[in-house]
Design a protein around this ligand. Structure first.
Ligand SMILES: CC(C)(COP(=O)(O)OP(=O)(O)OC[C@H]1O[C@@H](n2cnc3c(N)ncnc32)[C@H](O)[C@@H]1OP(=O)(O)O)[C@@H](O)C(=O)NCCC(=O)NCCS
Length: 316
């Protein structure tokens, strides 16, 4: 639907066509055929066969909090046309501008439907579908581009920010004012990796650090249980980074250590972290009442756990 809503105004605009009929045919073919297959790769939600049918009175476009349908479905048209005009304005021949516009249209439309991008990534990872087709369709800034790596000297400004900027760790994790050099000192002493606790950088494809992922052994004997934690800079939240980073960390711990259990504690109000953990298969095991103190009151902390036998590497 976002693709068609982008194509429609373009044809009616009456100016030089940003894409030609044959290009529209190609886009429609990839939309209808290749992308139509991707739902088959979606894991089923547990209650899928127990859900009642949708009421016939339900409108086709239902809207979503923070991302109304009008914006979600309409923005590809704007971006697509802008790309065409930008190329022409820069002196590019119309053929080049059309090529750029066509290549912008597909990924931008996919961004309007994030679940499509997830399914495509799975398809790319596990099928024989020609890579070129999939690369063409997958948005460049997918959170799967995120990776974990050790902190380096170039990350010291990031580590300092975690000590000084309350927003950097978020309302639930900021521990209050402390030594602004604490994390820098820790890095200088052991590179943030030790048997007692460790942390690594969450980095984008260009290696810029955008968050921190940590783990430490819990319980006895050491090596059976690890507690994990994650923090994503505010400007990178809500884009799937927290989920993917924790998936990478869980894969790493189950793949490289003798961990049998990974656990995470999170504030009862931290809905983003709860959803991320649940998407990774963590089970909510219980509530520790009044365990923490935030914003002048005692608050509950939730306990999440994932056993090695429950872990499916690489999901979501
Ligand atoms: C918690 C945190 C790591 C989540 O990372 P993120 O990259 O923002 O999360 P994601 O984009 O992967 O989103 C995960 C899910 O939470 C939802 N979500 C994200 N922020 C949300 C919010 N503020 N309220 C409700 N849901 C939210 C997303 O829609 C997504 O749900 P879905 O899987 O159903 O689509 C990040 O917000 C953060 O760093 N917060 C500060 C530090 C912190 O609290 N760390 C957790 C310590 S245990």
């Amino acid at each position: 639907m976002p693709t068609n809503m982008a194509e429609g105004p373009v044809i009616l605009a009456g100016t030089a066509l940003p894409i030609l009929p044959v290009q529209i045919l190609w886009i429609n073919m990839t939309t209808a055929v290749a992308l139509g297959l991707t739902p088959a790769f979606e894991p089923c939600e547990p209650d899928v066969m127990r859900r009642p049918p949708l009421p016939p009175s339900l409108p086709l476009l239902t809207g979503a909090p923070g991302r109304p349908d009008g914006v979600r479905l309409g923005h590809p048209a704007g971006v697509f046309l802008r790309a065409f005009q930008w190329q022409l304005g820069a002196g590019a021949p119309v053929e080049l501008a059309r090529t750029v516009a066509m290549n912008v249209l597909r990924p931008v439309s996919e961004l309007a439907l994030p679940h499509r991008a997830d399914a495509l990534a799975r398809l790319a990872a596990g099928s024989g579908v020609p890579g070129a087709i999939l690369v063409f369709m997958i948005p460049a800034n997918r959170p799967d581009k995120v990776h974990l790596r050790v902190f380096t000297e170039a990350d010291l400004a990031f580590l300092d920010r975690l000590c000084t900027d309350p927003d950097a760790l978020g309302e639930f994790e900021w521990p209050g004012f402390g030594d602004p050099r604490a994390r820098r000192k820790r890095w200088e002493s052991d590179g943030y990796i030790s048997a007692e606790s460790a942390a690594v950088a969450i980095a984008r494809a260009d290696d810029t650090v955008i968050g921190i992922a940590s783990w430490k052994p819990r319980g006895f004997p050491s090596g059976v249980t690890y507690e994990i934690g994650v923090g994503v800079l505010p400007e990178h939240r809500g884009q799937g980074v927290g989920t993917v980073a924790q998936r990478l960390l869980v894969d790493y711990l189950f793949g490289r250590t003798t961990a049998n259990r990974i656990e995470a504690l999170t504030n009862g109000g931290n809905l983003g972290e709860q959803k991320a953990l649940e998407r990774l298969g963590f089970r909510r095991e219980g509530v520790m009442h009044g365990r923490s103190f935030y914003h002048g009151e005692y608050v509950d902390v939730l306990v999440y756990g994932l056993l090695r036998s429950e872990h499916r590497p690489g999901t979501p």
